[in-house]
Design a protein around this ligand. Structure first.
Ligand code: SAM
Length: 261
């Protein structure tokens, strides 16, 4: 299928182009760009968000992997207004763009989880993030402890960000239409996190182990890492499942295991 702009959408790059002017306008007003903002768009594609963003900014930076789309963008905007970073956003060094960075994008859904983790790694440089994702992923991001969608992704992102689901988006708002529904979410980094883990690698390991078998209790999933007695001393029930714990609970477990500072 060829899009209206004559480009054949590439599935491997998650290319579902936004064609709904109402949704595009809602995203731009949620972002509320100011002329001098340091803003980067992930995956400009055919420019559905790029053009209205650029109309409100002095300068916009974009990261795009598809060479055909990059060639098209070069022809449309002068380099002093649109700075194009060619390559894979999963390898992109956001720190290079400086601080107080604003991130916007209708993201390729096939890389959404690693990309969200990459944003978390650069959270110290970021002011805010507005992105379109698969709705099911957004529901997991914002789920609360005890919700069925509460997962490793919820804990790891809630550790680093305040998040809010902003706009529901139907499949027909895109060309081609994806097989899933979508949603726009806002992430605001918590700098520093209110529950700062002493060792973040260990924190990530505890969370990953705890959610590795969702139906099992912490006594089982964390066996060999932390004992039921240690959990009890932290006021955490070893018979609970990962889904019932808060971010602060996971940080307490990781801190108890971390070497003394
Ligand atoms: N922003 C456009 C829109 O809303 O219509 C396009 C969105 S489309 C869902 C995702 C965009 O991300 C495409 O332009 C695609 O080429 C680009 N993309 C996919 N994988 C990428 C990657 N690993 N690094 C950078 N850009 C990528």
């Amino acid at each position: 299928m060829r899009s209206a702009a004559g480009h054949i959408p590439r599935k491997r790059f998650g290319q579902n182009f936004l064609i709904d002017d109402g949704i595009i306008a809602s995203i731009i007003s949620a972002v509320m760009p100011r002329r001098s903002d340091n803003l980067v768009e992930i995956g400009p594609g055919l420019g559905a968000l790029t053009n209205p963003l650029l109309a409100r900014l002095d300068r916009l930076q974009v990261v795009e992997i598809d060479r055909d789309l990059i060639a098209r963008l070069h022809g449309l905007h002068p380099p002093e207004r649109l700075v194009i970073h060619e390559g894979d956003v999963l390898e992109f060094d956001f720190a290079m763009l400086g601080d107080d960075l604003r991130v916007v994008g209708n993201l390729p859904y096939n890389i959404s989880t690693p990309l969200l983790f990459r944003f978390a790694a650069f959270a110290g440089h970021i002011r805010d993030i507005h992105v379109m994702l698969q709705r099911e992923v957004v529901e997991r991001m914002v789920a609360a402890p005890g919700d069925s969608e509460f997962s490793r992704l919820s804990v790891m992102l809630q550790y680093r960000f305040d998040m809010e689901m902003l706009i529901n988006v139907l499949a027909e708002s895109f060309d081609p239409a994806p097989k899933v529904e979508s949603a726009v979410v806002r992430l605001i980094p918590l700098n520093p996190p209110p529950h700062q883990a002493r060792d973040e690698t260990l924190f990530a390991e505890v969370v990953s182990r705890a959610f590795s078998q969702r139906r099992k209790t912490l006594r089982n999933t964390l066996k060999g890492l932390v004992s039921a007695e240690q959990l009890a001393a932290l006021d955490i029930n070893a018979g609970a499942r990962a889904q019932e714990l808060s971010v602060a609970d996971f940080v307490r477990i990781a801190d108890a295991l971390a070497a003394p500072a």
